[in-house]
Design a protein around this ligand. Structure first.
Ligand SMILES: [Zn+2]
Length: 178
């Protein structure tokens, strides 16, 4: 059960990692701005140059009030260093008198979501390597003396040696250990 939950978490993490990687790639070419106009404040989401910037601002005379409730604008990210702000790799949170600004670099969600898939990949290659070497996929114990079931951890051998014909298919899965 815990193994299954881990696999599910790893799959979700991998999907989020791929999403982050895709958005990261887009941010290197395209500068997206989403503007949300609320009754008393505006929210701007800027996505460019490997960063996501979210800023809110209260309505003040210096800041234009957009007619559209929701608008989206794209530009190419050439000269983004001058227009989007200096390149910085660390997250940022600033609170000021009209609102706040948050900057999240893409590497942060990428790093946070890479751990579980990397661990799952490592476990998978390790169990394959162990099985190929005639060892228990779960704990690495030598299975030559007890090919049916691991004498060390009790895990049933997942695959019988491929020279044997398929036998006892009716009992397959009955004593399966997750
Ligand atoms: Zn074992």
């Amino acid at each position: 059960m815990r193994r299954r939950l881990f696999k599910l978490a790893a799959a979700i993490s991998l999907a989020l990692w791929l999403l982050t990687a895709g958005l990261w790639f887009r941010s290197l070419i395209i500068w997206d701005t989403v503007h949300i106009q609320l009754p008393e404040r505006a929210i701007d989401i800027d996505h460019a140059a490997g960063r996501l910037r979210l800023s809110t601002i209260r309505h003040v005379p210096e800041y234009p009030i957009y007619r559209d409730r929701l608008s989206h604008m794209t530009r190419t990210v050439s000269y983004v260093e001058n227009t989007f702000g200096p390149r910085r790799w660390w997250p940022l949170f600033i609170r000021h008198q009209f609102g706040f600004t948050v900057i999240v670099p893409h590497w942060m969600p990428a790093a946070l979501t890479a751990g579980a898939p990397a661990l799952a990949m490592y476990r998978w290659t390790r169990s394959r390597r162990r099985a190929a070497a005639g060892r228990c996929p779960s704990c690495g114990y030598d299975l030559r003396a007890t090919p049916e079931r691991c004498a060390e951890c009790g895990a049933a051998a997942v695959k019988p040696p491929h020279s044997q014909p398929m036998q006892r298919t009716t009992t397959a899965g009955a004593g399966e250990v997750e």
